[in-house]
Structures are given as C-alpha cells and as structure tokens.
Unconditional design. Structure first.
Length: 263
C-alpha cells in the first residue's frame, strides 16, 4: 500500500449515468491485483474527513481507471474533477481474486457495474470462460465489447428485458450451471462474482450446492479502507463458530464457504 499524488488524464461519460476516470499513477498502477481497490480523496469535498473507495477497472505501468456512477455526495463531487487536476490516491488495498484452479472453467458473474471490478481478472486469467452480466436495463450493461475482445463468452440479462434474457443474472446462470452437473472439488466451474449482496449470496449458494468454488467480492461501506475502523465487517465461519472479518483488509474477496450470511 502506498499514497500517490496522481493526475487526471481522462474524465468523461462512459455510458448512461456511468463515468470513467483515468489517473496517471505510475507507482500504484503496476501493483494492482484483480479485485483490489483504491481509496481516493475527492477534491472539493472539504466537509468529508474520509476518502472514498473505488474498485479498479483497468491498471498498468502508467496508471489506472475507475468506472463509477453518481450515487451520493462523494461521487457527485467527483464528477467536477477536471483533466490535469491532482488527486490523492491510496492503494492498492484489500485482498483480491485468486488465480483460477487447474482444469477449472472460470465463470464471471456481475451485477450492475460490478463487472468493472472483474475486468483485470478476465484479462489476467490464462483460460477464458463465460461471463454473466446483469443490470436493470440495457443502459446498465457495461463493457461487453471489452470482455468479448479478451475472448470471453458474455451472456446478458436485464430486469426489463431490454437486452439479453429478461430477469436477474441468475436467469442465465442457472441453466448454464445445470448443464455442468455436479463437479465436486477439483472439477467443473470456479466462479468469481461482484455485485450487490443479494446477488452474491445467490451465486454463492448455487456454487456450494453444485460443489463449485465461488469467490465473492463483498459489497460493504468502507470508511478507513485499511482495517482500523471495523465499519465493513462481516461474519466469517470458523471451526468453533464465527469471527468478524474486515472487507477492506481481509477481503473484499472471500470464498463463499467462509461467509456466514445474516437473515
């Protein structure tokens, strides 16, 4: 983890309500692993003490890119940042996705713009598999061309049926999983998912039922980003019960087997 003053190289509307922020970050960029995130100090947000966490979309030796939507005060202020402006960045943070297991079919599952957090995993995996993207409408389905260019078979669902299969992302995932049968350990599919918690639980439950491994990037509000404040904890199973685990430091990526979901 390091702190770096970065320069905004590009900031524009990406698609619909989603925006792309590209930063010159030659120190942090090359260190980012798939599934990790960065903490960004948003300019012109003087009343906010804490930085804002963002998943990393793309990263290389020159810097990194972030895809985001305007959902609150922090991201609203971020939309005013201009090309050439300096932004303070802390990262890379968290524990990301592992490599796919030997002889496994990698499967990506994303809800909304969760697929931005899966792009580096898709790019780095030596084996290409199937990607399932779900969203409210066609406008919420991002980066299909980018993933297909990497060699992934992308399957889309939308709540309103405006693109792909109508329904939740599991409407496309379920029949595909049925075709795979029950793999057991060391066989079949290995899932990597990012999106809202309801989707993550659904994906994790299905994987465990089929005997597949699933890695879930947990969706929790992160305050400090470095494991000190304990605002992003989840319950993780242990041999004797459970313990608190910090999404920002122990995660955000966890094996579905570890997570103790609360009703």
């Amino acid at each position: 983890m390091t702190q770096e003053k970065t320069t905004v190289l590009e900031h524009r509307v990406f698609q619909g309500e989603y925006r792309l922020l590209k930063l010159a970050a030659p120190v942090i960029g090359p260190l980012v692993q798939p599934g990790q995130f960065v903490h960004l100090r948003v300019p012109r947000l003087e009343n906010a003490v804490l930085r804002r966490p963002f998943s990393v979309f793309k990263a290389d030796e020159e810097g990194l890119s972030i895809l985001y939507a305007t959902v609150g005060m922090g991201t609203e202020a971020l939309t005013t940042v201009e090309v050439g402006e300096e932004v303070s960045l802390l990262g890379p943070l968290g524990t990301g996705f592992p490599r796919v297991g030997k002889n496994k079919i990698p499967v990506l599952v994303a809800g909304g713009y969760g697929n931005a957090a899966l792009y580096l995993q898709a790019k780095n995996l030596p084996v290409k598999g199937v990607a399932f993207f779900g969203g409210r409408s066609a406008e919420d389905i991002l980066c299909v061309d980018e993933f297909e260019a990497l060699g992934w078979d992308v399957r889309v669902t939308t709540d309103d049926g405006s693109l792909g299969t109508k329904g939740l992302v599991t409407a496309a995932l379920d029949p595909w999983l049925e075709e795979q049968g029950s793999g057991g350990r060391g066989q079949g599919a290995e899932l990597f998912a990012c999106g809202p918690n309801g989707m993550l639980k659904a994906v994790g439950d299905r994987a465990l039922e089929k005997g597949f491994t699933a890695w879930l990037s947990m969706d929790r509000n992160m305050a400090c980003g470095v494991g000190a404040c304990l605002t992003c904890v989840i319950k993780r199973k242990t041999e004797t019960g459970w313990e608190w685990a910090r999404c920002c430091k122990d995660g955000p990526v966890f094996n579905a087997e570890e997570i103790l979901w609360e009703d």
